[in-house]
Design a protein around this ligand. Structure first.
Ligand code: FES
Ligand SMILES: [Fe+2]
Length: 368
C-alpha cells in the first residue's frame, strides 16, 4: 500500500492488465485497466469520492466496477445500467493489497497462517522485487535447500553465515498447509535444524539467514512470508511480509530492502562473480523446460512441490478447490518455519549420524 498514492497504479497479474487505486473515501479498487467505454487506460484516471473517473470522457466506476456516471450522455440516460467495468474484490492485510481473481462463488476465506501473529514480533511489509521468469521456478527454489549450501556458500562465496556452508541432511514432509523442507546440519556437538514452509500455490516462508548455530536454542521464528505473484508466464513479482523483532531497531525502509542477491540490484559483473538467487532462478530460461532437466535425489522437494501444484490445477479443472486454502472455517493454518539448534552428540559412524540427523529433523517438525 506504500506504493498506492493519489495516482492509480497499473499492474499485471496472471496475464491481466489491471489498475489499482484508492478512491477519495479510502476504498481500494482493482479494475480492468481499459475503460469499458473505448478502452483508455484507467492508470490515467482520476480517483473521485466514490470510484475512479476515466480521463477520456469522464465515466466513473466504483470499486465494484459499477458504472456511476456517463457525464456526456443526455440527462436521464440509463446507459450506466448496461455498463460494467471488470472488478476484483480486495483484502488489505498488513500493508499488502490482495485481490481475489477466482470465481465469485468459490471465494475462500483469506488464509490465516499462524505466523501472522507471534508475541513479541511485529509483522511488517518487507521487500517487493521482480524476476524476469516464470513463477514456478521461483517456487521450486523454496523447496530446494541444498542450494543454500552451494549457491549461498560453497560455490559463490559466503552470502549468509558460515554455518550454511555445510551440505545439510535433507528431508521433506507434507503438512496441513502444504509442505516443509527440513535441512539438518551437524555443527560439532550441535545439530542445526532449519525448516521452511511452502504454502501452495505460490507462498513460502523462511527464517532470516542469520543462524550461526554456535549454541543450542529453541525454535526461533522471525520469518519472512513471500508471495510469488505471476504477472504473466514470464514475469514474477515477489511480495513479502516480515516478522521483525523491535529490538533490532530496524526502520520500515530497512525492512523493505530485498535480501542479498534477491533482485537485480547489483552490477552484472558482480552478479557473475557472486551469483545469488535472482541469477540462479531467472537464468533457468524465462520458462524452465522441465523435459530438459535431470532431476536428482536433492530435487525430491521440487518434485513434491510440483505435484502439489499440479494436483491443485487438476482439482480446479474438476470444479473442486485446491488444497492449502485452510478450509472454509478460516481457522489458523499451522506452519513450521524455524531455526532450532540442539545438543546431539555425533553417532559412532557417519552413516548412523546421517540417520540421527534426519530423525532429529523430523522430530523437530512433528513436535513443534
Ligand atoms: S474511454 Fe473511458 S470514458 Fe471514454
Ligand atoms: Fe536462496
Amino acid at each position: 500500500m506504500r506504493e498506492l498514492g493519489p495516482a492509480p497504479l497499473r499492474v499485471r497479474i496472471l496475464g491481466e492488465d489491471l489498475v489499482v487505486f484508492r478512491d477519495r473515501a479510502g476504498q481500494i479498487g482493482v479494475l480492468h485497466l481499459h475503460c469499458a467505454h473505448r478502452g483508455t487506460s484507467l492508470e490515467f484516471g482520476i480517483p473521485v469520492e466514490r470510484g475512479i473517473r476515466c480521463c477520456y470522457h469522464g465515466w466513473v466506476y466504483d470499486v465494484d466496477g459499477r458504472c456511476l456516471e456517463t457525464p456526456g450522455e443526455p440527462a436521464g440516460s440509463r446507459l450506466c445500467e448496461r455498463v460494467v467495468q471488470g472488478a476484483y474484490p480486495t483484502h488489505e492485510f498488513t500493508g499488502l493489497v490482495f485481490a481475489y481473481l477466482g470465481p465469485p462463488d468459490r471465494r475462500p476465506p483469506f488464509p490465516r497462517y499462524d505466523s501472522y501473529a507471534v508475541p513479541g514480533l511485529v509483522l511488517m511489509p518487507a521487500a517487493k522485487f521482480a524476476l524476469p521468469c516464470n513463477w514456478l521456478q521461483v517456487k521450486d527454489n523454496s523447496m530446494d535447500p541444498v542450494h543454500t549450501a552451494f549457491l549461498h556458500a560453497l560455490s559463490s562465496g559466503y552470502q549468509f553465515t558460515e554455518a550454511f556452508g555445510v551440505v545439510p541432511e535433507l528431508d521433506w514432509m507434507t503438512t496441513e498447509a502444504g509442505m516443509v523442507y527440513i535441512a539438518t546440519r551437524r555443527v560439532g556437538e550441535l545439530v542445526w535444524v532449519r525448516v521452511c514452509d511452502f504454502m501452495p500455490p505460490n507462498v513460502h516462508q523462511f527464517t532470516r539467514e542469520i543462524e550461526e548455530a554456535t549454541q543450542a536454542k529453541s525454535a526461533s521464528r522471525p520469518v519472512i512470508i513471500r508471495w510469488a505473484v505471476p504477472n504473466d508466464d514470464g514475469q514474477t513479482t515477489n511480495f513479502e511480509l516480515a516478522q521483525v523483532d523491535p529490538a533490532w531497531g530496524l526502520t520500515a525502509e530497512q525492512v523493505a530492502q530485498p535480501g542479498f542477491g534477491q533482485s537485480d540490484d547489483r552490477p552484472y559483473a558482480e552478479r557473475q562473480r557472486h551469483p545469488a538467487d535472482f541469477d540462479a532462478q531467472s537464468s533457468q530460461r524465462q520458462i524452465a523446460v522441465h523435459s530438459l532437466e535431470h532431476l536428482a535425489s536433492t530435487d525430491r522437494g521440487v518434485i513434491m512441490l510440483r505435484r502439489i501444484v499440479r494436483d491443485g490445477i487438476r482439482a480446479v479443472a474438476r470444479g473442486e478447490d485446491p488444497s492449502g486454502l485452510g478450509g472454509s472455517d478460516g481457522k489458523l493454518i499451522r506452519t513450521f518455519t524455524q531455526d532450532t539448534v540442539l545438543r546431539v552428540p555425533p553417532a559412532a559412524d557417519p552413516e548412523e549420524d546421517r540417520r540421527l540427523l534426519r530423525a532429529t529433523g523430523r522430530d523437530t517438525v512433528t513436535h513443534r
